[in-house]
Design a protein around this ligand. Sequence first.
Ligand SMILES: [Ca+2]
Length: 408
Amino acid sequence: MTLCNGVNPQRISGDLMFAYDFSNGGGNVDINYYVWDSTLNKGVGAWVAKGDITSLVDSNLDPVVEATTDATGIKGEMAVNLSKLPGVFTADTCKDFGAAWAKTRSSTSFQSEIKDYVTPQPTVISNCAPLEILKEDSGTAPLAGATFSITANAGTHAVPAGQSPCTTQADGFCRVAIPNTNPQAYAFPLLFPGSYHVVETAAPPGYLLPANAAAGTNVTVPQAKNADGVVIPLTVHDPLGSIAFEKVDAVSGAHICCATFHIVRTAPDPADGVTYDKTVTDNKTTSLATGEVADTDNRNGFIGVSNVFTGTYTVTETNPPAGYNLPDAGVGSRTLGVTVSQGVTTGTWAANDNVFSDPTVPSITAVKSSDPASGTVEPDRGRAGPDDQLHGRLHQQWGFTCRRRGRD
Ligand SMILES: [Ca+2]
């Protein structure tokens, strides 16, 4: 935010100014120190003089400020140790300076500035450092909605107020809300240098906490940077659950391939914004259509589905194996329910039943009906003959699908 001239940053309380004042004809330099107070001048704000700090030394008698000028008095340099300057940083509050700039003036009066200046330059001056936590799925997709708590390990300054817990946003990074911002702004947790303990306390909707989540992770602040000077965040991957079920012959119990199933998330969908509506076919892993997932179990009659969100599902057999029928409605289990949760990542099945039992399609149909014309039972002659035409006609009339015995 800038003031009316489009250059000056909007000052806030705590901003610092150092006046580089020549004296004795330019041969010496005095440094005067000022702090901005926004409450002065009926809220307009003003600089408050903190005095001449040219000769200020710290407890080791090391200079806090060093300023020199060349013999001609037209070139000078100044360095200041902000960590030793009274009133800048305190032991209990993280404080940042985000920009620095210089202006020139023609006399000791503030009002006599000349209109050349160095535009404000972004800078990072702080007594604290951000803690960057990145939440991703089992791959590298960022996840919003995870919550992390941050506590200080022994020997480290306590976590400043408002810096824990943080919540991950759409880019996967964990941030805390910045008070008194409209629209609401967020920032990385800002911590004093030291060692901290980070624990993921809530996974993003639909995801599981990692197996070692409760143990947490120790992180040192400031965090290490890569060769490009970019902070290497603490990256935490959250997994998804899985479910497994079986397909058997209703009579023999033998496992049979290759039925198709429809899997739909029914709760808490859509309250948490997570939806799942997929199909899977036993032993099918390639040439998958849209909405179709691979079977992760290569055994006949055993079906596995991975990357399942937490929640409750119905699993419905929609296409039986060749030679089988779906159980009649109300008989057997066409639809089975399963719940995937933090405690049971592979799913808890309703009634402890994850088996679909299908009846076989009759391969031989013994027709016991009488011939409508003669009233006699059709004999089985075991060979092709004139009666086979009648045989076939009867079957067709009754709608059976059959084969002629003795000929195959
Ligand atoms: Ca399988």
